[in-house]
Design a protein around this ligand. Structure first.
Ligand code: PBG
Length: 337
C-alpha cells in the first residue's frame, strides 16, 4: 500500500517522538526502508531498424540507438546479463503508407528483432509496442477517414499487427494507440490464432504528453498534421484514467500501464488503489532526456536523480517501470547491493 492517511501510532509528539532516531545510520535506514527498486521491475525500450550491423545513435536520447535486429539482440542479451528481465520493442521503418500496412509484415523490423532476441536469449521476455504511428505516412496511430483517426477501422489493423508480433515470438503485446476497444480486438484475434498464452499489457492511461518529444525523433513518428489529443488522454484528467483502466481490464488486459510516469504519480497511485493487476509505468523519453541534459550540464547528479525518480514511481504503486535507464539502473543497483 502507499501511505496511511492518518497515524494512530502514538499520541505523543516532540520531544518524546523523534523520527530522526530511525535515520541515524545507513544500517537502520536500510531496515526501515519501505520500497526497494529491484532490477526485476525494469523493462528496457529498444528501437529496431532494418538491415544488419546497423546502429544509429539517437541525438536526443544519449546512450540509445536505432539498431538492426542482430544488434538489438546483442544489446538485449547484455541487458539480460545485467539482470533486466524484459525489453519493449519499437519498429522504425521506411515502409510507410496511409494504412500502416507494414506493421504486420512478417519480416518487418520488429518481427525480425523479436526472432533475433528469442534466438540469442530465449528466456528474456519480449514485449512489443503495438501501434500504427511508426508505419503510417501521416504519423497518426490509426487509419484516417475524412482527416480523422477512425476508431473502428483502425482496430483490425492494430489486431493484425499484434498477431504478427505474436507469430514472431513476442511474449507480451502492448497496444499504445489508445483506440477504444483495441484490447478486446487483440485478445479475440490472438485467441483465434492459437496465441492464448500471449499476454496483453495495455497502455490504459496514456496521456497526450509533451514528454514524448525525443521518442518521436527516435521513431520518426511525429504526426504530419494535427496532434494526438483526439485519442490520447487530456493531462488534466485523473478520474478518466480509472475508467480507461476498468475498460481495458474488462476487455482482457493482463497488465495495465500509466504513461508518462513522473508527471502522473497520482494516477499510478489511484490505479493501484483500484486494481490487483500488475501496473507498469512508462518513464518516457522526455523524462529520461531531461535528467540526461541536466546531468550533462552538471546541474544534477544523474545516478542519484534517476534512482530517486525510478523509486518514486514504484512508491506510487507501479510494479514495473519501463525506462531508458533500465541497464544503467541494473548496474547501479548491483553496486549498492
Ligand atoms: C506510439 C508510442 C509513443 C511512445 C510510446 N509508444 C509516442 C506517441 O504516442 O507519440 C512514447 C514513448 C516515449 O516517449 O518514450 N504510439
Amino acid at each position: 500500500m502507499t501511505m496511511t492517511p492518518r497515524s494512530h501510532d502514538s499520541q505523543a509528539g516532540f520531544p518524546v517522538v523523534r523520527p530522526r532516531r530511525l535515520r541515524r545510520t545507513a544500517t537502520v535506514r536500510r531496515m526501515v526502508r519501505e520500497h526497494r527498486l529491484s532490477v526485476d521491475q525494469l523493462i528496457l525500450p529498444m528501437f529496431a531498424i532494418a538491415g544488419a550491423g546497423r546502429e544509429e545513435p539517437i541525438d536526443a536520447m544519449p546512450g540509445h540507438s536505432r539498431m538492426s535486429a542482430d544488434v538489438v539482440a546483442i544489446r538485449a542479451a547484455r541487458a539480460f546479463e545485467a539482470g533486466v528481465p524484459a525489453v519493449l520493442l519499437f519498429g522504425v521503418t521506411e515502409h510507410k503508407d496511409e494504412f500502416g500496412s507494414s506493421s504486420c509484415d512478417p519480416r518487418g523490423e520488429v518481427q525480425d528483432a523479436i526472432a533475433a532476441i528469442k534466438l540469442l536469449v530465449p528466456e528474456m521476455v519480449v514485449i512489443t509496442d503495438v501501434c500504427l504511428c511508426e508505419y503510417t505516412s501521416h504519423g497518426h496511430c490509426g487509419i484516417l477517414r475524412d482527416g480523422h483517426v477512425d476508431n473502428d477501422l483502425s482496430l483490425e489493423a492494430i489486431a493484425r499487427a499484434a498477431l504478427s508480433h505474436a507469430d514472431a515470438g513476442a511474449d507480451i503485446v502492448a497496444p499504445s494507440d489508445m483506440m477504444d476497444g483495441r484490447v478486446g480486438a487483440i485478445r479475440h484475434t490472438l485467441d483465434a490464432h492459437g496465441h492464448e498464452d500471449v499476454a496483453i499489457l495495455s497502455y490504459a492511461a496514456k496521456y497526450a504528453s509533451a514528454f514524448y518529444g525525443p521518442f518521436r525523433e527516435a521513431a520518426g513518428s511525429t504526426p504530419s498534421f494535427g496532434d494526438r489529443r483526439g485519442y490520447q488522454m487530456d493531462p488534466a484528467n485523473g478520474r478518466e484514467a480509472l475508467r480507461e483502466v476498468g475498460l481495458d481490464i474488462g476487455e482482457g488486459a493482463d497488465m495495465v500501464m500509466v504513461k508518462p510516469a513522473v508527471a502522473y504519480l497520482d494516477v499510478i497511485s489511484a490505479v493501484r488503489a483500484t486494481t490487483t493487476l500488475p501496473i507498469a509505468a512508462y518513464h518516457v523519453s522526455g523524462e529520461f532526456s531531461m535528467i540526461k541534459a541536466a546531468a550533462e550540464r552538471g546541474w544534477l547528479d544523474e545516478r542519484t536523480a534517476a534512482l530517486e525518480i525510478l523509486t518514486a514511481i514504484t512508491r506510487a504503486g507501479a510494479d514495473l517501470v519501463i525506462t531508458y535507464y533500465a541497464e544503467d539502473a541494473a548496474a547501479w543497483l548491483k553496486e549498492t547491493e
